[in-house]
Each structure stands twice: as structure tokens, then as C-alpha cells.
Ligand binder design. Structure first.
Ligand code: GUN
Ligand code: ZN
Length: 427
């Protein structure tokens, strides 16, 4: 079936921080979709055809679906847990909650709700940490597959410094991960991500096992956490006294490279930043989480200057919103506190094509262009009375995007298309 989606189309082919001509904006635009892919994008008058079903989203904006490159699916009932910094938050709220995912009925219900929350908020792809239980990965990917979503994820490998109910062993984590890769990786739109939780909860044997998996499957992403919180860093370095610094721990086990995603990456030394740039390792900024847990302020400008590829993510449930709009709002404020800035065009690039680059998927998602997957979000910059009032005084596209970035949330998401199918109402 051929579908023509009409509205104001905005898509980025480059980073507005780097080049002036970074995006395409069509005031009366349309996206022609066939078999889950974009086949053409252009002016409505040129693309209209009798055999296409038309979906009219004027006067709203049509963008590539948001991409969330760091989120924890078993934390849907941890979000908004009061008053703690990272390490006690993990022990007191997070690990006990993740233990409940041993129950496959619970995991299945939460996985469906998780995917629906993503879609409600305009996010079409996420890279998710599951729990330690392989069944939680089955639940996550089954829910994503049922909705047609391009989902990345993996079971956390964790064999120490947590309650027993969420621990595996080095060997078990290797065997379970191996079996999950065989079952899921490359099936439809599913990508398996090798997922050692972080150095505190992995013995050297387990990080070595993760390194072996990475060597055996060089095409797979690796996701973990790096330098989020000062107490975390101290404890980590005490566990790995031979390492030069936090990043060096992962380096020693072969866990760096262009497919490696380092959540948080806040308190880094010059050496670590240079090594991330040299290896192509990605830094993922999680602003709502970093403010909520009091972790610190991400140095976007410093990492950019050094040539580190970055992404921006929710980190639910340390993060406090599924909305990438609210995430960009908080990212703006984090950079303000750093004396840096985040112009709206740059912010929307970051949450779409920028995150696709971070995930190494920018040949398929993150843009509206022929051959790309038809994952789209439709945004209404007058979604609430307060937004409509502000919109009366708005003159440029950049102003409209900034209004969405600061005041927008799921109410501003009119529709979310996954592989060409409207999903918001269904979610
Ligand atoms: N570091 C290790 N695990 C986690 C987690 O679940 N959330 C956050 N924010 N940091 C972590
Ligand atoms: Zn995280």
C-alpha cells in the first residue's frame, strides 16, 4: 500500500552545529511511504498521486521519529523514586524492582507498557537495558516486534555488588547472552546489544566474557555506564586498581570502539576524552537523570571539540521523563549551567540523526529520505493553551522548535509512525 503523509516536513542531513545547510524544511510537504520505507519526500503538489492514501497532518510538523539511545526497560516502576544518589538508588529501589522481572508474566506486561510509552512520546527506536533475566529480553523484543519497532537491547551482565536475585555469573552471562544473540539479533528490526551493566557490578572475569562476546560479534553494539557519579568512580577505581582510570577498565577488556555506548560520561579526564575520540567510543548524555540523581553536568562542548560522537537519552528510570522533548529541555539547562548552549535546530538533530549516528544506524533511521525506514513523529507546537499563547509571538522555525523543546511533551505528539503505520492511538 502507498501512503502520502502531508504536513510541514523537517529532516536533517547534517549537523547544524557544523554546517549552515544542514536540513530540509518543506512548508507544504509530504512523505511518500511504501512497504514501511520512505520512497520520496518533497512538496505535496509534486508528490500527490491518485493511488496513494492521504493522511493530512497540516499544520503540524513531521520529523523523523525520536531515538532514545539509553533507557532501562525494567525501571518503568522505578521512575520517580525519592531522594537518593546513584549507588543507594540502585541498591534501594532499582535492584529490588529489577528482581521482579524473573517473573515472565510481569516482564511481558511491563515490556508492552514500555513500548507503548515510547510510542506515546514519539520515540520509535530505543537502545534498552533489560534485567539480568534472559526472559526480560524475550519480553522486550516480543513487544517491540509486535509493534514493528527497531529496538536494540540486551540482558544486563552483573555478577557482584547487587542482591543475589539480580546476579548471574561470568559463565552464565556469557551463555545467556550468546543464546539471546542467536535467538534475536538481526530478526526483523531487532538488534542485540552486549550489556555489561557497569564495572562495579561485573568482576574482571565477567568483563572478560563481555570482551569475548564483543570479539565474536564485532557488529553488535555494546552498552554500559561510565563516570556518572563521584562516589561511583571512587568505588570503581578501588575494584580495578590496575586501571589508569574508569575508561581504561573497559579498554583493557576490549570494550571500546565505534559501537560502544557509554551512558553518562560526565566526570572524564583529558586522557579519557582523547581515548574515546581515538577509539570512536560514544558518550551518551542523560540530562534528566543527571539532574535527578545529582550526578553532574555533561561537557557537550568539550567532547565535541575533542571529536567524541555523542547522543542524548532519557535514562528512565534514573531519568524522569520518556519524552525526548523534555530530555532536550533539560539538556539545554545542563549546558546553560556549563556556560554552553544548545540551539533548537542542533537539539532536534541530536535526538534524530545525531542519535542514529551514535547507534551506527544512520543509514536506516533518523532521517526522512528515500530508502530510510518510515519512522516518523508528528508534532503540534500549539498542543497546550500555554504553548498556543507563546506561539502567537513566534516567527521562525527555530523559535517554534525551541518552544517544542522547552514546553513540549507527549501532549505535543500528534502521531507516531512506525514503519509507515500510525501507532499513537494504538499505544
Ligand atoms: N549505573 C549502573 N546501573 C545504572 C542504572 O540502572 N541507572 C543509572 N542511572 N546508572 C547506572
Ligand atoms: Zn542507565
Amino acid at each position: 500500500m502507498t501512503v502520502l503523509i502531508r504536513g510541514r516536513v523537517l529532516t536533517f542531513h547534517a549537523d547544524p552545529a557544523e554546517v549552515a545547510d544542514a536540513f530540509t524544511y518543506l512548508n507544504d510537504g509530504a512523505v511518500l511511504v511504501q512497504d514501511a520505507k520512505v520512497v520520496a519526500v518533497g512538496d505535496y503538489a509534486e508528490l500527490r498521486r491518485d493511488d496513494a492514501q492521504e493522511i493530512d497532518h497540516r499544520p503540524h510538523l513531521i520529523l523523523p521519529g525520536f531515538i532514545d539511545p539509553h533507557i532501562h526497560f525494567p525501571q518503568v516502576q522505578v521512575i520517580a523514586s525519592w531522594g537518593a544518589q546513584l549507588l543507594d538508588w540502585l541498591q534501594n529501589y532499582t535492584f529490588p524492582e529489577e528482581a521482579r522481572f524473573a517473573d515472565e508474566g510481569h516482564a511481558t506486561r511491563m515490556a508492552g507498557a514500555f513500548c507503548d510509552q515510547l510510542l506515546t512520546h514519539g520515540t520509535t527506536t530505543a537502545c534498552a537495558f533489560a534485567s539480568v533475566h534472559p526472559g526480560s529480553v524475550d519480553a522486550l523484543f516480543t513487544a517491540a516486534e509486535a509493534r514493528g519497532m527497531a529496538m536494540l537491547g540486551g540482558k544486563v551482565m552483573m555478577d557482584r555488588n547487587a542482591i543475589l536475585a539480580v546476579q548471574d555469573t561470568a559463565q552464565q552471562s556469557y551463555d545467556d547472552t550468546k543464546a539471546l544473540i542467536e535467538r534475536w539479533h538481526g530478526r526483523g528490526r531487532i538488534t542485540y546489544a552486549i550489556t555489561p551493566r557497569f564495572a562495579i557490578t561485573s568482576t574482571p572475569d565477567q568483563l572478560a566474557a563481555a570482551g569475548v562476546l564483543a570479539e565474536e560479534h564485532p557488529d553488535l553494539p555494546i552498552q554500559t555506564h561510565l563516570s556518572e557519579n563521584l562516589a561511583e568512580i571512587d568505588f570503581t577505581l578501588s575494584l580495578y586498581p590496575q586501571a589508569r582510570d574508569y575508561l581504561d577498565i573497559y579498554d583493557r577488556f576490549g570494550l571500546l570502539g565505534p559501537r560502544s555506548l557509554m551512558g553518562h560520561s560526565i566526570h572524564l579526564s583529558e586522557r579519557e576524552i582523547a581515548r574515546m575520540a581515538e577509539t570512536g567510543t560514544r558518550a551518551i548524555h542523560c540530562p534528566t537523570s543527571n539532574l535527578f540523581l545529582g550526578s553532574g553536568l555533561f561537557d557537550e562542548a568539550g567532547l565535541r571539540k575533542a571529536g567524541v560522537v555523542t547522543g542524548v537519552a532519557t535514562d528512565v528510570g534514573g531519568g524522569t521523563s520518556y519524552s525526548m522533548l523534555q530530555t532536550l529541555n533539560e539538556a539545554y539547562k545542563v549546558l546553560q549551567m556549563r556556560g554552553q548552549n544548545l540551539p533548537a535546530l542542533q537539539a532536534f538533530h541530536w535526538a534524530t540523526r545525531g542519535n542514529a549516528i551514535a547507534l551506527g544506524m544512520d543509514d536506516r533511521i533518523g532521517r526522512i529520505a528515500p530508502g530510510f525506514d518510515a519512522d516518523l513523529v508528528v508534532l503540534d507546537s500549539r498542543a497546550t493553551p500555554a504553548m498556543a499563547l507563546r506561539a502567537e509571538r513566534m516567527e521562525t522555525l527555530a523559535e517554534e522548535l525551541f518552544l517544542l523543546q522547552i514546553m513540549g511533551d507527549d501532549r505535543a505528539v500528534v502521531e507516531t509512525f512506525v514503519a509507515g503505520k500510525p501507532m499513537k492511538a494504538r499505544a
